[in-house]
Design a protein around this ligand. Structure first.
Ligand SMILES: C[S@@+](CC[C@H](N)C(=O)[O-])C[C@H]1O[C@@H](n2cnc3c(N)ncnc32)[C@H](O)[C@@H]1O
Length: 288
C-alpha cells in the first residue's frame, strides 16, 4: 500500500501518531551533540531510543528526479551549515567545523551503508543524500537513535543524511575535490529507454561527480540489473576523468566488501540469491 503524505494521512491511524511522535523527537534531538547536553538533560536522555520501524515510513518507490520537490539547498558550499548534521564535529569557540564531509552515499535509501561505513571510517564524515522525504526521515531517526544509544562511546557521530536531489544540487553542497569516495548502490534502474535520462550516471552528471571528487578518489557502483551495470560502466569508461579499477583491486578494498553486504537493497538481492554487479572507477588528474 502506498503511504500518504503526512498532511493527508488519517490522523487516527497508528502511522500518523508514530510519525508525529518521531517528528517531535527529531526536532529535539536532531542537532544535539549528545556529549554537550548538561547533567539534568543526561538523566532524562539516558533512555534508549527505539530504532525506527520501516513500515511507518513507507513511500512510493520512485521519485521524479526532474521535478522541483521544494528542496532546500545552499547557494554554495560555504553557505551550508554542517554543524546541524554533525554537531559533534563543530568547534563552538572557533565557530567552525573540525572536519568536512569526504564520503557521499548517493541515493542512500534506508541508510544501511552509512551505518556500516561509520566504524570503518572513523576519521571521515560520511553523508547520505536521499530524495524521498519519508526515507530521509527514517535515516535521520535511525542515526538519532544510534547516536543516543551509543553516546558513551560517541559512535555514529560521523554519519548524517540530507534530503536532496543529487542530480541537481551536488556542487551547491561540496567544494571542488572535496570528496574521496562516492557510492552509487543499487540506483533506480529506469528500465524504459525514454527514462534512461533519469539515470543517476550520465555524461553530464559524471562531470559534476568528477568536479567534487579529488584526484585518486573513487566512484563505487553496484547493481543487480545487468543492463544498468553495462550502462554505468560504458559511461564511466567513456568519461576522460575516470579509469576502471581492476577486479584484483576490488577484492582487496574494504568498501567493496561493505557495500556488497550492507545496503537494504543489497540484502534483498542476497535473500533472492540474485547477482550483484560491481564496478569501481578512479578519478584521474585533470588533463594539462
Ligand atoms: C533502489 S534505492 C537504493 C537505496 C540504497 N542505496 C540501497 O542500496 O539500499 C535508490 C534510492 O535512490 C534514491 N534516489 C533516486 N534518485 C535520487 C536523486 N536524484 N538524488 C538522491 N536520491 C535519489 C531513491 O529515492 C532511492 O531511495
Amino acid at each position: 500500500m502506498k503511504a500518504k503524505p503526512l498532511s493527508i494521512a488519517d490522523p487516527s491511524s497508528k502511522r500518523y501518531a508514530y510519525r508525529i511522535s518521531k517528528e517531535e523527537n527529531r526536532k529535539q534531538s536532531k542537532h544535539v551533540a549528545f556529549d554537550n547536553i548538561d547533567e539534568e538533560d543526561t538523566k532524562s536522555n539516558d533512555k534508549k531510543i527505539d530504532l525506527p520501524k520501516k513500515k511507518f515510513y513507507r513511500q512510493r518507490a520512485h521519485s521524479n528526479p526532474f521535478s522541483d520537490h521544494q528542496l532546500e539547498y545552499p547557494l554554495n558550499p560555504d553557505a551550508m551549515d554542517w554543524s546541524k548534521l554533525y554537531p559533534y564535529y563543530y568547534d563552538s569557540d572557533k565557530k567552525e567545523m573540525t572536519k568536512n564531509v569526504t564520503i557521499a552515499d548517493i541515493g542512500c535509501g534506508f541508510g544501511g551503508l552509512l551505518v556500516d561505513l561509520s566504524p570503518a571510517f572513523p576519521e571521515d564524515l560520511i553523508l547520505g543524500m536521499e530524495i524521498r522525504v519519508q526515507v530521509t526521515n527514517y535515516v535521520e531517526d535511525r542515526i538519532i537513535a544510534l547516536r543516543n544509544n551509543h553516546k558513551a562511546e560517541n559512535k555514529y557521530q560521523n554519519i548524517s543524511v540530507l534530503r536532496g536531489n543529487a542530480m541537481k544540487f551536488l556542487p551547491n553542497f561540496f567544494h571542488k575535490a572535496q570528496l574521496s569516495k562516492m557510492f552509487f548502490c543499487f540506483p533506480d534502474p529506469h528500465f524504459k529507454q525514454r527514462k534512461h535520462k533519469a539515470r543517476i550516471i550520465t555524461n553530464t552528471l559524471l562531470s559534476e561527480y568528477a568536479y567534487v571528487l579529488k584526484e585518486g578518489g573513487v566512484v563505487y557502483t553496484i547493481t543487480d540489473v545487468e543492463d544498468l551495470h553495462h550502462w554505468m560502466v560504458k559511461h564511466l569508461e567513456e568519461h576522460p576523468l575516470f579509469e576502471r579499477l581492476s577486479k584484483d583491486w576490488e577484492s582487496q578494498d574494504k568498501c567493496v566488501t561493505i557495500m556488497r553486504n550492507s545496503t537494504e537493497e543489497g540484502k534483498k538481492v542476497e535473500r533472492k540469491k540474485g547477482a550483484k554487479y560491481i564496478a569501481c572507477f578512479k578519478r584521474l588528474p585533470n588533463p594539462i
